[in-house]
Each structure stands twice: as C-alpha cells, then as structure tokens.
Design a protein around this ligand. Structure first.
Ligand code: HEM
Length: 552
C-alpha cells in the first residue's frame, strides 16, 4: 500500500480509536476500556492483514531474517522524526494517552511495531507476541538493561557522583555495578523469612489508616474526601518507612505541622509523583540546560532531602546494632538490620533504602487506588472476598499472619486480575545488548524493546476471555481450563531484574484488603472514572468511596 495512503488511514483510524477509547473508558468498568468496536474493523483489518502477512513470512524465514528497516511503524518525518506525534496541538498522543498508543500500534501494525526518529532517544520497538517476549526475557543475560528515569540517572551518576560512586543502587544503574549491588541485597529483600515478619507491623499501619478514614475522613454521607488518593499515598509512605527505614514516619497522624518531618516527606513524595512524568517526558531540556530549569532544581532539592532522610534512619539502625539492641520487629531482625549485619556497609543500606523509597511509594499507591476502585465497582466480587475473609478470619480482631493471608485465595486472585486488566505499569522494557532476532526481524543492539503489559494481558491470543474480569482464572482447580500465557501478565516484570519489592507489595495490598473488606463495605456511587496514565496507569478523578461498617 502506498505510504501516504497508509498514513491517511492511520490518522483517520487514530482519531476514531481515540474517540472510542475515551467513550469506553468512561463507561462502567465491566469490560476492558480498550476493546475496539466493530465500526473500525475495515481499516484495522486491512492494516492488520498487510503486516500480519509480513510478520508471518519473516518468522518462517528462519535463516533469512528481514532487516530492521522493514519493521513496520509510523513513518518518521525528516529531521523531527516521530517526536512531533507527542507534541502539544499537532501531535496525536498526549502523555496521558501513551496507553492508547500502545493499543493503536498493535491494532495497526500487528505483532511488532517500531517508533523511530525520537529526538534524543533510541528507537522504541513494541513487541506484542508473548512467545517472542518470553524469548527476549530468557535471553537477557546476567545484566539486563532496563531503560529508566533519565533524571535519576543524571542525579546519581553525575550530580551526586561523589556520594553514590560505585554503590549507586539498582534503579537507573546498569551492568556490573547493578549486578553487584543487586546480588548483595536481593536475598534479604525477597526472602520469605524476612518478608513474613512484616505482616503484623503492616497490619498496625493499616489499622491506623482505617481508623483515620473512619474517625477523620468520612463525611456525613459516609464518603471519603475528594483527595482520598493522597491519603492512600500517605498509607503507602508509612508502609515503606517501616520496610526501608525501620521506622514509623507518622504520615497518618492527625493535623501535621507543615514543618514537621512527616509533612515534609509527604510533600517531597507528592512532588515526585506529580512532576517526574512532566520532567522526563515533556520537553526534557533540563538534560542539556539544567541550570535554567526550575523543575530540575526542585527535583534535585527533593532528591537531596530523600537521601538525608535515609541517612538519618539508617544511621539510627546502625547505632541500635552497635548498642546490641537490634530486633526492630518484635525482637526479630528487620530487613535493614539484616543488610547492615551481613554486608557491614552503612552506605549500601542507605542506598538500598533510597531505591526502595523511590519506587515503592507511587507504584503501590497507584496499584492500590486501582484495586480499591475495582473493588468498589464490583459488588459481586467484593462479596466473594468478604465471604472468604469471614471464613478464614472468623473473629475480625484476630491478628493477621502470613498463613492466614495465604489462605485468602480469591482475594489474592482479585489483586492479580486487577493488575492484569489494568496493569499499573503499562509496559516493561529492555535495551538490547546484542543484535537479536524478534518476530523474524534482525533488531540491532541499542534498540529499546517495550513489552506492553496492558495490551498483551488483554489479548485473546494469550488469555481466555481476555477482556473479562475473572479472578477465578488465577485459582488452580480441575475445572479451570482457562488459557493464560506465562508472559501475558507480568505486572512486576520478570527475570534477574524483576521488581525487588514484589513480595512486600503483594503483602501490603493483601493486608489492606483483608482489614478493609472484613470490616467495611466499599461503594462508589459517582460517575465512572476513566483510567489514564501519568507515570502509572490508574483511575483519574476523585476516589470518593463510601465506606460502611459490616457490623460483625
Ligand atoms: C504494585 C506495586 C508495584 C508494581 C506494579 C511494581 C512493578 C515493578 C516493575 C514492572 C519493575 C521492573 C521489573 C523488570 O524490569 O523486570 C519494578 C522494579 C523495581 N521495583 Fe517494583 N513494583 C511495585 C512495588 C514496589 C515496591 C513496594 C518496592 C519497594 C519496596 C519496589 C521496588 C522495586 C525496585 C527496587 C525495582 C528495581 C529492580 C532492579 O532494577 O533491579 N516495587 N517494579
């Protein structure tokens, strides 16, 4: 097909699909908001057919790989490449519509699509075939490279190189320095023996959060306030303070003084949440002219503050160890104490704490917002969770244990299903470290491959009834014959570089659901919310849940 004609179809299709997606994503959340309607099928089918033919031919030609230049994708314009597609007014995609773009590329180009000519960054290659995704992960080697957060990379490797040096942590660090750091901290962070000790402390944090909701936040209609997302953020901060800093930060306390430490930590975390996407994705001129970017300067002050807080609490933990009074968790060593004892390196523990704080606040608070919204808008599933909790926790005041949480199979499946259908992290990625064949094309080293969780997780080729919300699919049983490709839903990534905090994340969300649903009914009686992306994928708008006690 002639290229200009193809672009015209593409542009027309794009307008249609954006309109449909907008309409869909404001509708009741019973189907995937990204399903495509029949009215687009002629264009989509034409495009799909053409590219599917090429991709299949390419895969079949096992010895004769097609060159990279043949990979389909929107054509870059001379000089300005494809960056204009993200530009305000003339561009097709707003940052908030990146999720849409990942669906669109799949609809138009099929299993593989290339977005090249992006100003100041390598090409992006979107792969929509789970078998190919599996191959990429399996061949990623011992030091997988995940392109991430240029602002953090600049901060750690240039601006504060004197502090981080060779011990820069895992986030925004690559190659041997990453492997060495990760191998020194991975065991304690992921080992069940350590993680399960946090059930009770996290339960206490969650009790305080629910008490705050019921005694301070609910209005006369038993509804939570417009900015309830901020309250979830504070709960997430309080949880991470416990895990990464061995302390209760006090973020859930009543009227906080604006100058108090918890309030300053809340402000710093909220700045990061609201501004990092803007800093990284919108005109990132701070990369070249940092001294004239007020947002970059604020970002640096913010990061310096996080480092200071981490140093303070890790140094307190060191003092406790020196004084022989360790045992921050009811007499058992905490994560930080284990790392300090085993590695005998306060700096390493400080940098680890910083990394856990940096990625462990927004991820969990966005995922939790999404889970609570789904819970409140799916009364049938909520009732099933409640019945399971009532069976496993007959006395609502019974302290939670790891075994109790593990018995809540449906609750765990509900969380997994939300993370499949509304993956908080919409895509994971790897920068290829060697030339690699993907879908029959020879892809050169240096290209950034994107695995779009949201798209493949809702693709019927890899998941049965893919756009339907069915937590049961995650429960092993003889009647469960649902297909679920192992690489279709990877909310925490996978392989050597997978999420370091996944065990804590799962536990925090399970504790919250167990305490909340066992004791309260959650409803949402307002216009349905649309999901959109800032850095993460979550419902946008006021989470004005109604919370009523269950009474037993
Ligand atoms: C539901 C919440 C969360 C989600 C969806 C999530 C998702 C992810 C994903 C997709 C990655 C990239 C994995 C890869 O490249 O294969 C990642 C990395 C990471 N996550 Fe999480 N995460 C969550 C919560 C947390 C929490 C609570 C912590 C800290 C306690 C944490 C710490 C980390 C760290 C340190 C990395 C970097 C690992 C590395 O590069 O070696 N995450 N996370």
């Amino acid at each position: 097909m002639h290229t200009t004609k193809k672009l015209l179809i593409y542009n027309q299709f794009n307008k249609n699909i954006l309109r449909i997606i907008r309409e869909r994503s404001t509708a009741a959340a019973t189907v995937c908001p990204y399903a495509v309607s029949e009215e687009n099928e002629i264009n989509v089918e034409q495009m799909k057919h053409e590219f599917a033919k090429r991709a299949t031919a390419a895969v079949e030609a096992t010895t004769n790989y097609l060159p990279y230049s043949e990979v389909p994708g929107p054509r870059p314009l001379p000089i300005i490449g494809n960056t204009w597609r993200f530009a305000p007014l003339i561009g097709q995609f707003k940052i908030s519509e990146i999720a849409t773009m990942t669906f669109l590329l799949n609809q138009v180009y099929g299993k593989i699509a290339k977005v090249s000519g992006l100003m100041g960054r390598p090409d992006l290659l979107f792969v929509y075939d789970c078998d190919e995704i599996e191959k990429c992960y399996r061949n990623e080697g011992t030091t997988p490279f995940r392109p991430s957060m240029p602002s953090l990379v600049k901060y750690k490797s240039e601006l504060r190189k004197d502090f981080f040096g060779d011990l820069a942590g895992v986030v925004g660090v690559h190659g041997e320095p990453w492997r060495e750091f990760r191998s020194r901290v991975q065991k304690p962070v992921l080992q069940l023996k350590t993680v399960r000790r946090y059930v009770q402390p996290l339960e206490h944090v969650t009790d305080d959060f629910l008490k705050r909701c019921t005694t301070r936040l609910l209005d006369e209609n038993s509804e939570l306030p417009d900015d309830f997302a901020n309250e979830i953020h504070k709960w997430a901060l309080e949880c991470i303070g416990l895990v990464a800093l061995d302390t209760r930060l006090g973020c859930l306390d009543g009227d906080l003084d604006p100058k108090s430490e918890p309030q300053q930590i809340i402000d710093a975390a909220q700045f990061a949440l609201r501004n990092i996407a803007i800093l990284e994705l919108k005109a990132p001129y701070w990369r070249w002219f940092p001294s004239i970017s007020p947002m970059w300067k604020r970002y640096v002050r913010n990061m310096d503050y996080f480092v200071e807080v981490c140093m303070k609490y890790i140094s307190k933990a060191t003092e406790r160890l020196k004084a022989g009074s360790e045992g921050a968790l009811n007499g058992e060593p905490s994560l930080i104490e284990r790392v300090l004892k085993e590695e005998k390196d306060e700096k390493l523990a400080t940098v680890m704490a910083l990394d856990l704080m940096l990625v462990g606040i927004d991820t969990i608070s966005m995922a939790t917002s999404s889970i609570l919204y789904q819970l409140a808008t799916r009364p049938e599933e909520q009732q099933k969770i409640y019945e399971e909790l009532k069976r496993n926790i007959p006395d609502p005041n019974m302290p939670l244990t790891y075994q109790l949480l593990d018995q809540n199979k449906y609750t765990k499946a509900f969380i997994k299903e939300v993370l499949r259908l509304y993956s908080t992290v919409i895509g994971n990625g790897r920068t290829l470290q060697k030339d690699t064949v993907i879908c029959g094309y020879k892809i050169p080293k240096g290209v950034q491959v994107v695995f779009p969780n949201l798209v493949v997780g809702t693709d019927d080729n890899f998941v049965s009834d893919a756009t339907e919300f069915k937590p049961e699919r995650w429960i092993k049983s003889e009647d469960n014959d649902m297909n679920l490709h192992k690489y279709a839903s990877l909310p925490y990534g996978t392989g050597a570089r997978a999420c370091l905090g996944r065990r804590f994340a799962d536990m925090e969300m399970q504790v919250l659901l167990a305490k909340l649903v066992r004791n309260y009914k959650l409803e949402f009686n307002h216009e349905p919310l649309k999901y959109c992306i800032t850095f993460m994928f979550a419902p946008a708008g006021n989470l004005k849940f109604k919370m009523t006690p269950r009474g037993e």
